[in-house]
Design a protein around this ligand. Structure first.
Ligand code: ATP
Ligand code: MG
Length: 473
């Protein structure tokens, strides 16, 4: 059945493209993500894909020429595509193509093709939907693989035999899992099996592309959908074996520990409810990463993971480097969150002193709220009583942080007495005594021995200098 979807083409750009195509006597269609997201009513699109039965580049040039004002065309000759920007939207033009693949590359041999050929080379039936921009059937939906029905059944399915589709371009395995996560769709069982069968083909995909998909999975409302699929298909063992190593429960002498892999996925889902910060979500994913290599059994205390935060922070660097994630302040932030991930818990387990809170705020700096968000997400106990208790404890920690910060301002600690002043007071050249005195002042403030003020710190400095046998001017 052919259905008309002219209301999808409200944006004036479609009329402009349609006329340009007519002038060139080529057929043109809007295809892929735009059509899918329109049918799913997923809000305004960031990009539009147009397929021309002929040269996509020529059509792009014509469209740019016909646009009011001057528009530039970016031509990607190697790919046979061209891009025109219209307001905030990127419009990508491509000529319809027929593709065949070699085993060792995801770069196909490309020939010109029909719309049907082009739809066959698309990754999923829901991404192969096209709407005509041609005068005779403007607005008609062309759906050779029943993508519409898959949209309503919420299924990710490949237009052709899944084994071939995934083996040809293994990035599609990541894309299948990513779309399943973003859209909350099911991957068709034969597709899922084909992904598992072809998992080792992921090796030919660059880390940058894998990370693009991982970031989209992590940015979804329920990232565990994706990570659990990556795990069950076996892909995760190639991408992040450190995470897979967290799976499993061991029991010795009747004592067991929790399964830290599935726990981690719960933590990521929890944090996704409270933050859109991708890097904080990464921190949640990696917060227990050091637990596999530090796991020990001690006859007296049971299972321990001593130093897992410290080792975990080191592993963050290695993992970021390997996956070609940025090694900048984002990585440092994730490291810091992992390193500090147990601090608020330890703090909340005993009587909360002001000095402990000051130290936490001092060490976490501007990231103290993010750290609390991570710790709250880390509560995955199914015991309602305990859950309530832990949440309440963290609430108290949050209140204390506010109180202490308002009074002591240690969040972005600036020493109230400068190194220069210490030098001039005791007539010192740069030396280790200056560091000792500065440190002692900081410690006294964090301990609460003196307030975070110039007068008190100055007095303290004089006294400390005396102790060190220094004479002041
Ligand atoms: P989004 O933009 O939300 O990520 P999208 O479906 O638009 O989703 P794009 O990467 O923009 O994804 O690709 C546009 C279209 O190109 C897809 O809808 C699909 O038809 C096709 N496509 C993209 N990547 C592949 C691929 N690896 N294999 C086959 N077809 C693909
Ligand atoms: Mg797109």
């Amino acid at each position: 059945m052919q259905t008309n979807h002219i209301e999808a083409l409200k944006n004036p750009i479609f009329d402009i493209i349609s006329k340009a195509a007519q002038e060139l006597s080529v057929d043109a269609y809007v295809i892929g993500g735009f059509v899918r997201d329109y049918l799913l009513q997923r809000g305004t699109p960031k990009d539009i894909d147009i397929v021309a039965i002929g040269s996509g580049i020529e059509l792009a040039k014509k469209v740019a020429k016909n646009l009011p004002g001057s528009s530039e065309v970016s031509v990607f000759k190697n790919f046979g595509t061209a891009m025109v920007r219209y307001h905030e939207i990127e419009i990508e033009f491509v000529g319809a193509r027929k593709e065949s693949y070699h085993r060792d590359s995801r770069k196909p041999v490309v020939e010109n093709g029909s719309l049907d050929d082009d739809q066959k080379r698309r990754d999923f039936t829901i991404n192969a939907l096209a709407i005509s921009l041609n005068k005779n059937d403007y607005g008609t939906l062309l759906d050779p693989f029943d993508g519409l029905s898959d949209l309503s059944k919420q299924i990710i399915r490949t237009p052709l035999e899944p084994g071939i589709t995934y083996s040809d371009d293994p990035l599609r395995m990541m894309r299948a899992i990513r779309f399943a996560t973003q859209l909350n769709f099911i991957i068709h069982p034969s597709s899922l099996q084909a992904i598992a069968d072809n998992k080792d083909r992921i090796k030919i995909i660059s880390n940058e592309r894998i990370v693009d998909e991982l970031n989209k999975i992590l940015s979804s409302p329920k990232p565990s959908v994706g990570f659990s699929l990556l795990h069950t298909t076996g892909l995760l063992s190639y991408i992040m074996p450190e995470l897979v190593a967290l799976e499993g429960i061991e029991e010795i002498e009747g004592q067991s520990h929790k399964d830290n892999f599935w726990h981690t996925l719960e933590v990521v889902d929890n944090i996704a409810e409270n933050t859109d910060n991708l890097w904080l979500r990464w921190a949640a994913l990696l917060h227990d990463i050091g637990k596999a290599p530090t796991k020990r059994f001690d006859k007296k205390v049971g299972w321990t993971f001593h130093g897992h935060e410290f080792l975990g922070a080191k592993m963050v660097y290695k993992l970021f480097k390997r996956l070609r994630l940025p090694l900048n302040d984002k990585m440092k932030f994730v490291q810091k969150m992992v390193l500090m991930s147990s601090r608020p818990i330890v703090l909340s387990q005993k009587y909360i002193t002001d000095s402990a809170v000051r130290r936490l705020v001092f060490d976490a700096g501007d990231h103290v709220e993010d750290l609390m968000t991570l710790c709250e997400a880390d509560i995955t106990t199914k015991n309602p009583k305990r859950q309530k208790k832990y949440k309440n404890n963290f609430l108290i920690v949050r209140q204390k942080i506010e109180e202490v910060e308002e009074r002591d301002h240690v969040r972005n600690f600036q020493p109230p007495v400068s190194g220069e002043e210490i030098m001039s007071t005791f007539n010192l050249k740069p030396s280790k005594e200056i560091g000792i005195i500065k440190d002692a002042i900081k410690e006294a403030i964090l301990e609460g021995d003196i307030p975070n003020e110039y007068e008190a710190a100055h007095l303290f400095m004089l006294q400390k200098g005396k102790e060190l046998g220094l004479s002041s001017k």
